[in-house]
Design a protein around this ligand. Structure first.
Ligand SMILES: *Cc1c(COP(=O)(O)O)cnc(C)c1O
Length: 368
């Protein structure tokens, strides 16, 4: 690898965040960590291996291919495929011992048929839509649906789960969703349908709604040291940093236009540094003239538009050397740039910052 731009993933920080969550939930509550989308860009395999070492109970992925990648790396923990899959694609659930999320009869029936064929029971979690409007059986129909599932002899109903759209912003609605799930549980219990794992808590709910913990919590965000809200008392440690090396420094005269569109002009004779990262690396073009980078522990604003694979910084009279390290995300000396700051600048959420960078840039792991 020759290009001087890379992500650093601090697995010790990941462990600390995981332990913090373990401390928040009671010991009887299981922890499923969401490692979908390559662990939010942090690298699903090293992240999952470390979490297994730390005693994670369950892993959550978006699709079957991610689950297979985990199994091929000998990760033997239970894996919940949280996304929807097509009824024709049920075979891997048997071959790789995966747990399916069920929102409809078509998938349930396809699993039952395949299970009968293999003569092997299959674990499933039933997704219930208590107010997300995405996957899941509508909560008003969930009891009848689950009752119908109990007739399928080869399905082992291991879990029932739901998801929150407003856990950061609307306590009333969120509590109502928890109530809907608990009512369903009670109704099923009254009919002697005993399903061991009820779960609904994402990161926000894990932190802010103890009553949402039920049998298992399902955090992603906070495990990666990202925050669901501003100004939180509880601290997590950022896991991803983005670093690069300065590839060129040159002196430019006053009033010299920088990059496409000349959206930045030098105010005086100045040193301009070129940094080899661009929007093609998932470093958004929206950062142009707005985001900062850290050089020698100081903040410098990006000068001009971000290009596909590089951008410029006006460092004034600072005499930089080629090869010096620049931090685009993370800490350098006393300064830090958080994913939250980059998310704010580009009007998005930290999830999109890390998944975007993670799907483009090489990663190194600490400790390696
Ligand atoms: C991604 C995801 C989570 C985790 O959400 P965070 O906000 O990252 O904690 C939980 N549940 C489901 C179904 C998810 O898709």
């Amino acid at each position: 690898m020759f290009r001087p731009a890379w992500l650093e993933i601090n697995l010790d920080n990941l462990s600390d965040n995981f332990k913090k969550i373990k401390k928040i939930v009671s010991p009887s509550v299981k922890v499923l960590v969401c490692v979908k989308k390559d662990a939010y860009g942090h690298g699903m395999i090293p992240v999952s291996k470390r979490l297994v070492k730390e005693g994670v109970d369950y892993l959550g992925v978006a699709d079957i291919d991610e689950a297979i990648r985990l199994r091929k790396e000998k990760i033997n923990k239970p894996i919940l495929v949280m996304g929807a899959v097509l009824p024709k694609d049920v075979e891997p659930f048997f071959k790789y011992d995966l747990v399916a999320s069920i929102s409809n009869w078509e998938l349930a029936y396809a699993l039952e048929k395949k299970a009968k064929y293999f003569n092997k029971k299959i674990k499933v979690h039933i997704k219930v839509d208590t107010g997300m409007g995405r996957l899941g059986v509508l909560y008003t129909q969930a009891y009848d649906f689950i009752k119908r599932l109990t007739k399928l002899k080869f399905l082992e109903l291991e879990g029932v789960f739901s998801h929150f759209p407003l856990a950061e912003t609307d306590p009333k609605f969120t509590l109502k969703q928890i109530e809907r799930l608990k009512e369903l549980k009670q109704k099923l219990l009254n009919s002697k349908i005993n399903i061991p794992l009820y779960h609904c808590a994402n990161s926000s709910a894990t932190l802010f709604y103890k009553e949402s913990h039920l049998d298992m919590v399902r955090p992603g965000l906070v495990i990666y040291g990202l925050y669901p809200k501003k100004n939180m008392d509880i601290k997590f440690k950022p896991v991803m940093s983005l670093k690069a090396r300065i590839v060129l420094v040159k002196r430019l005269p006053k009033n010299f236009g920088i990059s496409y569109g000349h959206t930045y002009y030098t105010k005086k004779d100045t040193n301009i540094a070129v940094i080899p990262v661009g929007y093609g690396d998932g470093y958004f073009r929206k950062f142009s003239n707005k985001a900062f980078v850290l050089i020698r522990g100081r903040r410098f604003r990006i000068a001009g538009r971000i290009c596909m694979d590089q951008f410029m910084v006006d460092v004034g009279n600072l005499k930089l050397k080629i090869g010096e390290e620049v931090v685009l995300l993370g800490r350098q000396k006393k300064e830090i740039i958080l994913a939250e700051e980059l998310a704010f600048i580009s009007k998005t959420i930290p999830y999109e910052i890390t998944t975007s960078l993670g799907s483009h840039l090489p990663r190194i792991y600490i400790p390696s």
